[in-house]
Design a protein. Structure first.
Length: 324
């Protein structure tokens, strides 16, 4: 999954559109559902809702018609909720406000035994579970500011961390391990392959621009691949991506990419698929008018996106985004 670092409300990213892309870390998953582990044919859902200057995570258990708050915090910015494949844990980021330093926390699905898993000094966000539900990857930012006097301050210098987690509390002796030492300028998404062997990021590099990069978890010092897929009517300034995620057991990648709008105005973001082996075989999965805020892959290779506070499921047969 992924989120725009504007994090200032439900529609800020949409209003700023491509102008915000140039200043973004991952797009915000506000008022969206993240589909988790199947339970007797149904799915638990976790999502964040912005309300009264805060953002809180809600959990809707499988088969339930109502959702409950995950925590009892009275004012905070809870974001990036992900459900473990086991269905027993939720990982998320929490901070005082959208621009403040954030931490990654883990709790049981009912909110009990909530505990921080990122290191105290880290500005941490964007957790992603590995298939074993014991290994958690997350992103850190080493710098929160701006490189230009005309740019809005934001997070930079990203890298990916790994730590062992447990639903009952901190794992004895577990400390975060730095997988990458790339100091990525920007980071829009983090995805783990279904076999737990690889992770995928959507990032930016100077001077080449937006990139989709893959790594082996057991050998992260060496980049496995770097792709910059080109799509029809992409911006004249070059390829511009949103999030990217593994699909089909890591053999393919789904991603969102900007194109020139059909009716003028800001850029549109469409959903595409490409081979994770070659970086080619690009095909359009769905068209969308405007920014796509989040993209994630659920059980059975189901694809979900969020745009303008509405959650959609992608029908690959009709190439349509259907509200859910």
């Amino acid at each position: 999954m992924y989120r725009n670092w504007t994090r200032l409300g439900l529609l800020c990213a949409i209003a700023l559109a491509f102008g915000c892309h140039g200043q973004a870390t991952p797009p915000v998953a506000v008022n969206t559902e993240i589909v988790g582990t199947p339970n007797h044919g149904k799915f638990a859902q976790v999502y964040a809702v912005a309300e009264n200057g805060s953002s809180f995570i809600y959990v809707k258990p499988a088969g339930s018609s109502s959702a409950q708050r995950l925590s009892t915090r009275k004012q905070s910015w809870e974001m990036d909720p992900v459900l473990s494949p086991s269905g027993k844990m939720i990982a998320y980021s929490v901070s005082d406000n959208p621009d403040a330093k954030s931490e990654v926390w883990v709790s049981q699905i009912d909110g009990n035994n909530a505990h921080r898993v990122s290191a105290p000094e880290q500005d941490a966000l964007m957790p992603a579970f590995c298939p074993d539900s014991r290994t958690l990857l997350y992103v850190i930012s080493r710098f929160n500011g701006h490189y230009s006097p005309i740019a809005r301050p934001r997070k930079h210098d990203f890298d990916v961390m790994k730590i062992m987690v447990d639903a009952t509390g901190p794992v004895a002796g577990a400390t975060p391990v730095e997988l990458t030492q790339q100091h990525f300028f920007d980071m829009r998404s983090l995805s783990v392959s279904s076999d737990g062997q690889h992770f995928l990021i959507s990032t930016s590099g100077y001077p080449i621009g937006d990139l989709i990069e893959g790594f082996d978890i057991n050998n992260p010092a060496q980049i496995k691949f770097i792709y910059q897929p080109h799509v029809p009517s992409e911006p004249q300034t070059g390829a511009a991506f949103g999030g990217a995620a593994y699909i089909h057991d890591g053999m393919d990648i789904v991603f969102t990419a900007a194109s020139e709008p059909l009716a003028g105005g800001n850029f549109d973001y469409n959903v595409y698929q490409m081979s994770a082996v070659t970086g080619g075989e690009i095909k359009l999965l769905a068209q969308h008018s405007g920014v796509i805020d989040t993209l994630d892959v659920g059980p059975g290779n189901s694809i979900f996106v969020t745009a303008g506070g509405t959650r959609y499921t992608l029908n690959t047969q009709t190439k349509a985004l259907n509200p859910i």
